[in-house]
Design a protein around this ligand. Sequence first.
Ligand code: CAA
Length: 392
Amino acid sequence: MLIGIDDLNFYVPSFYLPLATLAKQKGELPEKYHHGLGQRHMAIPSLDEDIVTMAANAAYPLLKKDKGKKIRTLLFATESSIDQSKAAGLFLHTLLKLPRNMRIIELKQACYSATAALQFAYALVAQDPTHEVLIIASDIARYGLNTPGEPTQGCGAIAMRITTQPTVLSINPESGCYSEDVMDFWRPNYQETAIVLGKYSTQKYLTVLKQCWLAYQAKNGKPLDDLYDCCYHLPFCTMAHKAEKTLHILNNKPFNAEKIMPSVFYNRQIGNTYAASLYISLLSLLAHTELNLSNQHIGAFSYGSGCVGEFFTLTVQSSYQNNLRTMAHLHMLENRTAVTYEQYKQWFEYTWPTQGESIICPQITTGRYRLKSIEAHRRQYEKNPHHLELVP
Ligand code: CAA
């Protein structure tokens, strides 16, 4: 029985900060960000967007045909949680009118949690093949103004439906995992921004990639030659170059930097989306590779600081091109508005009331769903009356 991704869609808010603008402000050369980090823009959430609105916008197209009637589990992967207790997926349950007879839970382990969700979904669907799982990964990457991590911020969400009829990618059971208690990147409860040892985190990422690859090989994983390509967690896009090079050196194989380009096409324009980034990269590879990838095997490396890593593979299904939504994604990215540095800083520094005061959110986003208000500590969401339908 095949199990895998039947449908997927990503969403980014309607605003971005060009990294050339940030470079000018910080007195850096734009080439450092464009070529050194491999990033062009970073997606910015407006004040009426958060992980729930991004998630709802990502999931909406996946539920159009049958309203999600077969979904029995919603796994919400995030490290930008809006509540210490209640799962963000419950807000989605109302917004998207999901079935009552289902379970909903939030998962956290830095950027790795969507991969944990994928593996849990695989087991749930194997246990009951009539069961469908909706996975959401939604995050806002925040490092703080004037920190080295600032140009590697971003935000976005991806939604994936896991079923026994995967029209896009089937998940192969072999995988290699590695975990170790390290402090490379973390965010204590009292912090709005992450604490990161940037260079150490990058080294740790590559060490964990090697360990996961070796563990994958030990489980009779496919040799590197058998994989058409690999996709990686992308905190910034040149990380894919570092990862690809590491894997090829480890396997004594020649390394072709150009091959990475299709898998970073979307991420270059968005920035780090933490848990969502690997899956946006996978979608980017499928959408922007000219060759027909049917039946090809794709490697995937997931890394969550702290740290947990996993290397696994997926197989491209023959009907994959029908569910990539490439036109819609390109329209979404092209129709965003660039913000000035001052606007970005104002939104970044905005502080929400913490004493239960009521606040009506300014109407800014053009997304389908928005945060309307916070009243007595309760977040209220709504369908956006000013939503712009970009693609017919
Ligand atoms: N033209 C071209 N390239 C240039 C350049 C120029 N003018 N100026 C600099 N560069 C290159 C540098 O040579 C360097 O390349 P290498 O990585 O190949 O050495 C690259 O641009 C970056 O320059 P620096 O190393 O000087 O950059 P920095 O010290 O300011 O910070 C960073 C880089 C450490 C990644 C920082 O942005 C950061 O801390 N980011 C957040 C942490 C992070 O993303 N870690 C990744 C692993 S952890 C993870 O994956 C989980 C997660 O999501 C956070």
